[in-house]
Write a protein that binds this ligand. Structure first.
Ligand code: GRF
Length: 203
């Protein structure tokens, strides 16, 4: 099976996929890594690992739909079985989501449905939460609102900064995201109109 991974920045989750593939934990080939930012550090790491890279710069498009159509056209020749959003910081429209429906995963650094959107760690700290975490979910047109697949929780320690909490959560991101992708590629996950199923059971 073939993966496309979309990034906007440092790409540490993308690297966790490279590692999982090399370790044989994920039986997949990373066909392409795509960024919307030409300066994304992760593009360089992917190229260094011998993976095809592409950049589709959102600033060159007049609106979200035309950008999304360009993304689809760029990815389709790689015939991905799953598309992995890994710190891809653009809001996607149905022009992108529909062609990859049921094959499209995102990772979001909060215990969804808590804290969709940005600044999740600071918001968890400000709320006085005792734990935080991360969610892998199917992507639907609702921002960070698609059916959850897998979550990991971490404690919030007294005196934590947002950066400390983010680092604790990120470690778990690198563990759970390749697991969820493996389930998808194994055909164990499905998305229907009511939500996500794992091995035929509603999650
Ligand atoms: C991660 O925290 C991810 O959950 C969020 O953006 C960050 C991306 O980090 N959506 P990286 O580029 O994978 O290192």
């Amino acid at each position: 099976p073939r993966l496309a991974i979309l990034i906007s920045g440092r790409g540490s989750n993308m690297l966790s996929f490279i590692r999982a593939c090399e370790a044989g934990e994920l039986d997949a080939e990373i066909a392409v890594v795509l960024s919307n930012r030409p300066d994304a550090a992760g593009l360089r790491s992917a190229a260094d690992a011998g993976i095809a890279t592409r950049c589709v710069d959102h600033r060159e498009f007049p609106d979200r739909e035309s950008f999304d159509r360009a993304l689809v056209e760029t990815l389709q020749p790689f015939t991905p079985d799953a598309v992995i959003l890994a710190g891809f910081m653009r809001i996607l429209t149905p022009a992108f989501i529909t062609p990859f429906a049921g094959k499209l995963l995102n990772i979001h650094p909060s215990l969804l449905p808590k804290y969709p959107g940005l600044h999740t760690h600071q918001r968890a700290l400000d709320a006085g939460d005792s734990e935080a975490g991360v969610t892998v979910h199917f992507v639907t047109p609702e921002l960070d609102g698609g059916p959850p697949i897998l979550q990991a929780r971490v404690p919030i320690e007294p005196g934590d900064s947002a950066e400390q909490l983010a680092a604790r959560v990120l470690e778990r991101e690198h563990v759970i995201y390749p697991i969820a992708a493996r389930w998808l590629l194994q055909g164990r996950l499905r998305l229907d109109e009511k939500g996500a199923l794992l091995d035929g059971e509603r999650i």
